[in-house]
Design a protein around this ligand. Sequence first.
Ligand SMILES: Nc1ncnc2c1ncn2[C@@H]1O[C@H](COP(=O)(O)OP(=O)(O)OP(=O)(O)O)[C@@H](O)[C@H]1O
Ligand SMILES: [Mg+2]
Length: 145
Amino acid sequence: MHLTTHNPESTFQLGLALGKKLSPPAFVALSGPLGAGKTLLAKGIAEGVGYPAGEVHSPTFTLMNMYPADQGRKRMYHFDFYRLDSPKDFDGLGLDEFFYDPGAIVLVEWPEKAGSLIPHNALWIHLDFGKSEQERIVRIEGDSA
Ligand SMILES: Nc1ncnc2c1ncn2[C@@H]1O[C@H](COP(=O)(O)OP(=O)(O)OP(=O)(O)O)[C@@H](O)[C@H]1O
Ligand SMILES: [Mg+2]
């Protein structure tokens, strides 16, 4: 599925709608170049899951932020692999514990860096720049059970 958003708010709203529909186990791979809108989309998804977007920040330095289930909300992990480069960087991280957590919603920015570690049933959302400054092309593929 292909769609275009014309401003940051619509990308956020798209995430919000998706987040409301997700239930564990769910894996969402958010790909696209720097500044494409991966984190903004993740914030929308988080808000849809029940975590206020204002409390959601990309884990660029920590690799992962965990949102523990409480108040009826689903557990959520938000990863950002921007700073990892070689497959070796992934050795020993124990990602499977999180990636295959049956009770969690998993969001991953820069998923291609993790290569084959990304589960096969992931929902892939590719973001790209459009013709104008505020335009983004969003391509959604795959299925997260
Ligand atoms: N239609 C749009 N959708 C999403 N973001 C947009 C759009 N138009 C402009 N923007 C701007 O693009 C930027 C997207 O930033 P964001 O941090 O979400 O990108 P990112 O893909 O996570 O980048 P990074 O790879 O650095 O983590 C924001 O400043 C946002 O306001
Ligand atoms: Mg980001």
